[in-house]
Design a binder for this molecule. Sequence first.
Ligand SMILES: O=C(O)C(=O)C[C@]1(C(=O)O)C=C[C@@H](O)C=C1
Length: 252
Amino acid sequence: ASDAPAAVRGAATAAGKPSALDAVPRRGVLRVCTTGDYRPFTHRDPATGTYSGVDIKMAGDLAKSLDATPRYVATTWARLVGDLSAGRCDIAMGGVSVTLPRARSVYFSEPTRTDGKTPLVRCADQDKYRTLAQIDRPGTRVIVNPGGTNEEFARAHIHRATLTVHPDNTTIFDEIIAGRADVMMTDAGETRYQAKIHPELCALHPDKPFTFSEKAYALPRGDDEFKAYVDQWVHLATHDGTYRKYENAWMK
Ligand SMILES: O=C(O)C(=O)C[C@]1(C(=O)O)C=C[C@@H](O)C=C1
Protein backbone atom coordinates (compact mmCIF):
# COMPACT_ATOMS: atom_id res chain seq x y z
CA ALA A 1 0.00 0.00 0.00
CA SER A 2 2.85 2.35 0.78
CA ASP A 3 3.91 2.88 -2.84
CA ALA A 4 0.43 3.94 -4.02
CA PRO A 5 0.46 7.52 -5.31
CA ALA A 6 -0.71 10.17 -2.87
CA ALA A 7 -3.91 10.85 -4.82
CA VAL A 8 -4.98 7.24 -4.38
CA ARG A 9 -3.77 6.85 -0.79
CA GLY A 10 -5.34 10.15 0.23
CA ALA A 11 -2.98 13.01 0.87
CA ALA A 12 -2.23 14.13 4.41
CA THR A 13 -1.41 17.54 5.79
CA ALA A 14 1.95 18.28 7.37
CA ALA A 15 0.29 17.62 10.74
CA GLY A 16 -0.60 14.09 9.55
CA LYS A 17 -4.36 14.73 9.34
CA PRO A 18 -6.12 13.74 6.12
CA SER A 19 -6.59 16.69 3.78
CA ALA A 20 -10.11 18.13 3.65
CA LEU A 21 -9.80 17.58 -0.10
CA ASP A 22 -10.26 13.88 0.64
CA ALA A 23 -12.15 14.05 3.93
CA VAL A 24 -15.01 16.26 2.61
CA PRO A 25 -16.05 14.01 -0.31
CA ARG A 26 -15.67 10.96 1.92
CA ARG A 27 -17.93 12.54 4.57
CA GLY A 28 -20.29 14.02 1.97
CA VAL A 29 -20.46 17.16 4.09
CA LEU A 30 -18.59 20.48 3.87
CA ARG A 31 -18.63 22.11 7.31
CA VAL A 32 -18.78 25.89 6.86
CA CYS A 33 -18.18 28.27 9.77
CA THR A 34 -20.28 31.38 9.18
CA THR A 35 -21.61 34.21 11.37
CA GLY A 36 -24.99 34.63 9.63
CA ASP A 37 -25.09 38.34 10.57
CA TYR A 38 -23.58 40.03 7.57
CA ARG A 39 -25.73 40.67 4.51
CA PRO A 40 -25.22 40.41 1.58
CA PHE A 41 -22.63 37.71 2.36
CA THR A 42 -24.08 35.53 5.12
CA HIS A 43 -27.54 35.79 6.64
CA ARG A 44 -29.28 33.44 9.04
CA ASP A 45 -33.05 33.78 9.07
CA PRO A 46 -33.89 33.90 12.79
CA ALA A 47 -37.33 32.33 12.23
CA THR A 48 -36.26 29.34 10.15
CA GLY A 49 -32.52 29.05 10.83
CA THR A 50 -31.95 28.99 7.07
CA TYR A 51 -28.80 30.60 5.69
CA SER A 52 -28.62 32.77 2.58
CA GLY A 53 -26.18 35.21 1.01
CA VAL A 54 -23.55 35.57 -1.67
CA ASP A 55 -21.05 33.39 0.20
CA ILE A 56 -23.76 30.88 1.13
CA LYS A 57 -24.39 30.40 -2.61
CA MET A 58 -20.66 30.01 -3.04
CA ALA A 59 -20.54 27.47 -0.18
CA GLY A 60 -23.23 25.43 -1.92
CA ASP A 61 -21.21 25.44 -5.14
CA LEU A 62 -17.97 24.51 -3.41
CA ALA A 63 -19.66 21.64 -1.56
CA LYS A 64 -21.27 20.39 -4.78
CA SER A 65 -17.93 20.42 -6.57
CA LEU A 66 -16.67 18.08 -3.83
CA ASP A 67 -19.72 15.77 -3.99
CA ALA A 68 -20.84 17.09 -0.63
CA THR A 69 -23.58 19.24 0.90
CA PRO A 70 -22.84 22.24 3.11
CA ARG A 71 -23.49 22.17 6.85
CA TYR A 72 -23.35 25.59 8.49
CA VAL A 73 -21.57 25.90 11.82
CA ALA A 74 -22.62 29.07 13.65
CA THR A 75 -19.74 31.23 14.82
CA THR A 76 -19.06 34.88 15.74
CA TRP A 77 -16.47 37.37 14.47
CA ALA A 78 -14.50 36.99 17.67
CA ARG A 79 -14.52 33.16 17.52
CA LEU A 80 -14.22 32.55 13.78
CA VAL A 81 -10.47 31.95 13.56
CA GLY A 82 -10.47 29.87 16.77
CA ASP A 83 -13.35 27.68 15.58
CA LEU A 84 -11.63 27.03 12.27
CA SER A 85 -8.27 26.31 13.90
CA ALA A 86 -9.93 23.94 16.40
CA GLY A 87 -11.28 21.88 13.48
CA ARG A 88 -14.98 22.71 14.01
CA CYS A 89 -15.31 23.41 10.28
CA ASP A 90 -13.47 22.90 6.99
CA ILE A 91 -13.70 26.51 5.83
CA ALA A 92 -14.95 29.89 7.10
CA MET A 93 -17.10 31.86 4.65
CA GLY A 94 -19.22 34.99 4.73
CA GLY A 95 -17.57 38.36 4.12
CA VAL A 96 -14.37 37.45 5.96
CA SER A 97 -11.64 40.09 5.58
CA VAL A 98 -8.05 39.05 5.01
CA THR A 99 -5.83 40.35 7.82
CA LEU A 100 -2.19 39.60 8.54
CA PRO A 101 -2.79 38.74 12.22
CA ARG A 102 -5.38 36.17 11.09
CA ALA A 103 -2.98 34.91 8.42
CA ARG A 104 -0.64 33.81 11.20
CA SER A 105 -3.27 31.25 12.26
CA VAL A 106 -5.19 30.36 9.10
CA TYR A 107 -4.71 30.27 5.35
CA PHE A 108 -6.70 32.60 3.11
CA SER A 109 -7.95 31.59 -0.31
CA GLU A 110 -7.63 33.78 -3.36
CA PRO A 111 -9.76 36.87 -2.72
CA THR A 112 -13.32 37.13 -3.97
CA ARG A 113 -13.58 40.94 -3.87
CA THR A 114 -11.99 44.14 -2.61
CA ASP A 115 -13.62 46.30 0.04
CA GLY A 116 -12.79 48.92 2.68
CA LYS A 117 -14.24 50.84 5.59
CA THR A 118 -16.55 53.73 4.81
CA PRO A 119 -19.25 55.64 6.76
CA LEU A 120 -22.92 54.71 6.90
CA VAL A 121 -25.05 57.57 8.29
CA ARG A 122 -28.58 58.98 8.29
CA CYS A 123 -29.01 60.65 4.91
CA ALA A 124 -29.82 63.93 6.69
CA ASP A 125 -26.21 63.89 8.03
CA GLN A 126 -24.49 63.15 4.73
CA ASP A 127 -22.30 66.24 4.77
CA LYS A 128 -21.37 66.01 8.46
CA TYR A 129 -19.42 62.76 8.52
CA ARG A 130 -17.50 62.36 5.28
CA THR A 131 -13.97 62.35 6.68
CA LEU A 132 -12.40 60.73 9.74
CA ALA A 133 -11.60 64.22 11.07
CA GLN A 134 -15.29 65.16 10.81
CA ILE A 135 -16.35 61.90 12.47
CA ASP A 136 -13.84 61.83 15.33
CA ARG A 137 -15.17 64.87 17.19
CA PRO A 138 -16.72 65.18 20.64
CA GLY A 139 -20.45 64.69 20.34
CA THR A 140 -20.34 62.17 17.47
CA ARG A 141 -21.67 58.76 18.47
CA VAL A 142 -19.91 56.01 16.53
CA ILE A 143 -21.34 52.51 16.74
CA VAL A 144 -19.58 49.27 15.92
CA ASN A 145 -20.15 45.52 16.03
CA PRO A 146 -17.70 43.48 18.11
CA GLY A 147 -14.85 41.18 17.29
CA GLY A 148 -14.03 41.88 13.66
CA THR A 149 -12.13 44.37 11.57
CA ASN A 150 -14.81 47.07 12.10
CA GLU A 151 -14.05 47.20 15.81
CA GLU A 152 -10.32 47.16 15.13
CA PHE A 153 -10.68 50.06 12.70
CA ALA A 154 -12.91 52.08 15.04
CA ARG A 155 -10.59 51.60 18.03
CA ALA A 156 -7.62 52.72 15.95
CA HIS A 157 -9.31 55.88 14.62
CA ILE A 158 -11.88 57.03 17.17
CA HIS A 159 -10.38 58.96 20.08
CA ARG A 160 -12.63 62.00 20.65
CA ALA A 161 -16.03 60.74 19.49
CA THR A 162 -17.85 58.23 21.68
CA LEU A 163 -17.65 54.61 20.62
CA THR A 164 -20.41 52.15 21.43
CA VAL A 165 -19.94 48.44 20.81
CA HIS A 166 -23.34 47.06 19.84
CA PRO A 167 -23.51 43.28 20.26
CA ASP A 168 -25.80 42.49 17.34
CA ASN A 169 -24.69 43.30 13.82
CA THR A 170 -28.18 42.72 12.44
CA THR A 171 -29.84 45.49 14.53
CA ILE A 172 -26.98 48.02 14.55
CA PHE A 173 -28.50 49.87 11.57
CA ASP A 174 -31.75 50.46 13.47
CA GLU A 175 -29.75 52.24 16.17
CA ILE A 176 -28.62 54.85 13.64
CA ILE A 177 -32.10 55.22 12.13
CA ALA A 178 -33.59 55.68 15.63
CA GLY A 179 -31.03 58.40 16.36
CA ARG A 180 -29.29 56.50 19.18
CA ALA A 181 -26.03 56.52 17.20
CA ASP A 182 -24.71 58.61 14.30
CA VAL A 183 -22.11 56.73 12.31
CA MET A 184 -21.12 53.16 11.57
CA MET A 185 -17.94 52.55 9.62
CA THR A 186 -18.04 49.24 7.87
CA ASP A 187 -17.22 47.56 4.57
CA ALA A 188 -18.36 49.52 1.54
CA GLY A 189 -20.30 46.51 0.23
CA GLU A 190 -22.32 46.40 3.43
CA THR A 191 -22.94 50.18 3.46
CA ARG A 192 -24.29 49.93 -0.11
CA TYR A 193 -26.55 47.02 0.79
CA GLN A 194 -27.87 48.58 4.02
CA ALA A 195 -28.48 51.93 2.27
CA LYS A 196 -30.42 50.03 -0.36
CA ILE A 197 -32.74 48.34 2.14
CA HIS A 198 -32.99 51.33 4.55
CA PRO A 199 -33.97 54.51 2.65
CA GLU A 200 -33.09 56.60 5.75
CA LEU A 201 -29.45 55.53 5.53
CA CYS A 202 -26.76 56.70 3.11
CA ALA A 203 -23.42 55.10 2.25
CA LEU A 204 -20.73 57.78 1.99
CA HIS A 205 -18.13 57.46 -0.78
CA PRO A 206 -18.31 53.64 -0.93
CA ASP A 207 -16.19 53.77 -4.09
CA LYS A 208 -13.45 55.61 -2.13
CA PRO A 209 -13.32 53.90 1.27
CA PHE A 210 -10.80 54.87 3.98
CA THR A 211 -9.04 51.50 3.76
CA PHE A 212 -8.25 48.77 1.26
CA SER A 213 -9.10 45.20 2.15
CA GLU A 214 -9.90 41.91 0.49
CA LYS A 215 -12.57 39.31 1.22
CA ALA A 216 -11.57 35.67 1.00
CA TYR A 217 -12.33 32.30 2.54
CA ALA A 218 -10.34 31.16 5.57
CA LEU A 219 -8.91 27.65 5.56
CA PRO A 220 -7.15 25.53 8.15
CA ARG A 221 -3.47 26.31 8.34
CA GLY A 222 -1.34 23.48 6.99
CA ASP A 223 -3.81 21.88 4.58
CA ASP A 224 -2.01 22.85 1.38
CA GLU A 225 -3.93 20.41 -0.83
CA PHE A 226 -7.29 21.83 0.18
CA LYS A 227 -6.01 25.39 -0.21
CA ALA A 228 -4.80 24.65 -3.74
CA TYR A 229 -8.22 23.26 -4.65
CA VAL A 230 -10.19 26.14 -3.08
CA ASP A 231 -7.90 28.71 -4.72
CA GLN A 232 -8.50 27.14 -8.11
CA TRP A 233 -12.24 27.05 -7.52
CA VAL A 234 -12.37 30.69 -6.32
CA HIS A 235 -10.30 31.75 -9.29
CA LEU A 236 -12.73 30.16 -11.73
CA ALA A 237 -15.87 31.40 -9.92
CA THR A 238 -14.58 34.98 -9.75
CA HIS A 239 -13.57 34.98 -13.42
CA ASP A 240 -16.45 33.09 -15.07
CA GLY A 241 -19.16 35.44 -13.73
CA THR A 242 -20.52 33.15 -11.00
CA TYR A 243 -19.57 35.32 -8.02
CA ARG A 244 -20.72 38.47 -9.83
CA LYS A 245 -24.08 36.83 -10.61
CA TYR A 246 -24.67 36.00 -6.91
CA GLU A 247 -23.63 39.51 -5.89
CA ASN A 248 -25.92 41.15 -8.45
CA ALA A 249 -28.85 39.06 -7.23
CA TRP A 250 -28.45 40.62 -3.75
CA MET A 251 -27.62 44.15 -4.83
CA LYS A 252 -30.33 44.70 -7.44
O1 LIG B 1 -13.92 40.76 10.61
C1 LIG B 1 -14.14 40.65 9.41
O2 LIG B 1 -13.51 39.91 8.68
C2 LIG B 1 -15.21 41.37 8.75
O3 LIG B 1 -15.02 41.87 7.69
C3 LIG B 1 -16.51 41.31 9.41
C4 LIG B 1 -17.16 42.56 9.86
C5 LIG B 1 -16.25 43.33 10.82
O4 LIG B 1 -15.25 43.87 10.35
O5 LIG B 1 -16.58 43.42 12.00
C6 LIG B 1 -17.48 43.43 8.72
C7 LIG B 1 -18.68 43.90 8.49
C8 LIG B 1 -19.87 43.44 9.19
O6 LIG B 1 -20.60 44.53 9.63
C9 LIG B 1 -19.57 42.57 10.32
C10 LIG B 1 -18.36 42.10 10.54
